[in-house]
Design a binder for this molecule. Structure first.
Ligand code: ADP
Ligand code: MG
Length: 296
C-alpha cells in the first residue's frame, strides 16, 4: 500500500471526526462484510433513565416505590454501569437521601449485590436472580411487556424475597437508524450484540431493521462471538463503547470505539468516532473504500 494515500485518508478522517489510530484499520475496513454493534451506548445514547417502578410490596405496606428506589440507588452508587447512573439520578430527582451500602459486589454482566439499611439487596437481571435462588415468577408479568417496549428490566430482591422491578429506557441515538440503513445498503451485515435480554434487544433491533441479534451475552462472551464469526470466514468490524466491549474490539478485524465511550474501549480500538455516533462509521467505511481505490 502507498503510505501517502493512507496518510491522506487518515487526515481526511480526522477532519470528519474519524480518528484512525492504526492505519491498517483503514485498509482492512474496506474488506469488512459484517459489522457487530453493541446496543447500550453505541446504538443508543448511553443515558438510561428510569421510566417505571413496580414495588411488589407496595400493596401490603412493605416497601413502596420510593423506599425501593432508595435502597436500589444506595447500592448502585458503588457501580460505574450506565444503568446505575440512571437509577441514582432518578433517586436524586425524587429528593431521596441515599444510604451508604456495605459489602458491595458487582457481578459482571448481571448486576450488583450488597447490604443497605441492614438489608441484603440484589439488583440485576434474571441470571443474577437465578444465581441467588430468587423466585422471579411474581415479577415477570410487567417485565415482559416493558421489555417489548425496548426497556431494560432490572429485578430487585430484598432479604431473599422479590421486591420489585425497574424499567430503564435508553433512547436510540438520532443518527443511528440512518447509519444502519446506509451500512446495509453498502452490503454489510449488521449484527446487534448485547448483554441485555433477548426481548429488549429485539424490540430495539426492530426499530432499526436489524434482524441479527445476539442477546444475553456476558462480557467475556462478546469477544467469543466476534472470534467465532471470524473463524467462519467473515471479516468483522466491531463497534462499542464499554469496558465490556474492549476485548471484542481487540478481537475484531477492525475495532471501532465511540468517542463518548470508556478509555479502555478507545485504547482497544483502531478507530475512534469522535462525534460518538454511527454516522462516523459510515464515513469511515466510505473513506476506506476511497483510500484503497486510490492505491490500486
Ligand atoms: P450491555 O451489553 O447492554 O452494556 P452489560 O453486559 O453491561 O450489558 O450488562 C448486562 C445486564 O446486566 C444489563 O442489561 C443489566 O440487566 C445487568 N446489569 C449489569 N450491571 C448492572 C448494574 N450495575 N445494576 C443493575 N443491573 C446491571
Ligand atoms: Mg455499551
Amino acid at each position: 500500500a502507498t503510505p501517502m494515500s493512507i496518510m491522506v485518508g487518515v487526515g481526511r478522517g480526522a477532519r470528519a471526526g474519524v480518528l484512525i489510530r492504526d492505519a491498517e484499520s483503514l485498509q482492512r475496513l474496506e474488506q469488512v462484510d459484517t459489522v457487530v454493534i453493541d446496543k447500550t451506548g453505541t446504538l443508543t445514547e448511553g443515558r438510561p433513565r428510569v421510566t417505571r417502578i413496580h414495588a411488589t410490596g407496595a400493596a401490603t405496606g412493605e416497601l413502596g416505590e420510593d423506599e425501593l428506589l432508595r435502597l436500589v440507588a444506595g447500592l448502585e452508587q458503588g457501580s460505574e454501569h450506565p444503568l446505575a447512573e440512571g437509577i441514582v439520578a432518578e433517586a436524586r430527582e425524587r429528593g431521596l437521601d441515599l444510604p451508604e451500602a456495605s459489602d458491595f459486589d458487582a457481578e459482571n454482566g448481571k448486576g450488583v449485590t450488597g447490604r443497605v439499611d441492614g438489608k441484603t439487596v440484589l439488583v440485576g437481571n434474571r441470571t443474577l436472580m437465578e444465581g441467588h435462588d430468587i423466585d422471579t415468577k411474581t415479577l415477570e408479568g410487567s417485565a415482559t411487556s416493558w421489555r417489548h417496549e425496548g426497556a431494560t428490566v432490572i429485578s430487585v430482591a430484598v432479604d431473599g424475597q422479590p421486591a420489585g422491578l425497574l424499567a430503564i429506557a435508553d433512547p436510540i441515538r438520532e443518527s443511528t437508524a440512518d447509519a444502519v440503513h446506509r451500512l446495509q445498503r453498502a452490503g454489510l451485515e449488521v449484527v446487534m450484540l448485547t448483554g441485555d435480554s433477548e426481548e429488549t434487544a429485539r424490540a430495539v433491533a426492530r426499530q432499526l431493521d436489524i434482524d441479527q441479534v445476539r442477546a444475553n451475552v456476558l462480557p467475556e462472551g462478546k469477544s467469543e462471538v466476534v472470534e467465532r464469526m471470524r473463524s467462519e470466514g467473515r471479516v468483522v468490524a466491531m463497534a462499542g463503547d464499554g469496558v465490556n466491549d474492549a476485548p471484542a474490539l481487540a478481537a475484531a478485524d477492525v475495532g471501532i470505539a465511540m468517542g463518548s465511550g470508556t478509555d479502555v474501549a478507545i485504547e482497544s480500538a483502531g478507530i475512534t468516532l469522535l462525534r460518538g455516533d454511527l454516522d462516523g462509521l459510515v464515513q469511515a467505511h466510505r473513506l476506506s473504500k476511497a483510500t484503497m481505490r486510490n492505491i490500486r
